[in-house]
Design a protein. Structure first.
Length: 63
């Protein structure tokens, strides 16, 4: 097994810290999917975006 495909190497790549930029991109994608599915209206956008962002951030930063 090569050094790059070893389980330790894979684990090191997966354990990178999650940036604020990535959290924002994930939040955006979730919100877009909710809008496309008709589960989110523009009236509730601000409130819902904040809630989704909080949950994504808490999940991403959980140890």
């Amino acid at each position: 097994m090569s050094e790059e495909s070893s389980p330790q190497s894979l684990l090191a790549r997966l354990n990178k810290p999650v940036t604020d930029e990535l959290i924002m991109k994930i939040t955006k994608e979730v919100v877009v999917k909710f809008i496309e599915a008709g589960r989110l209206s523009p009236v509730k956008f601000e409130e819902t975006f904040g809630e989704i962002h909080r949950v994504v951030k808490a999940t991403a930063r959980a140890e």
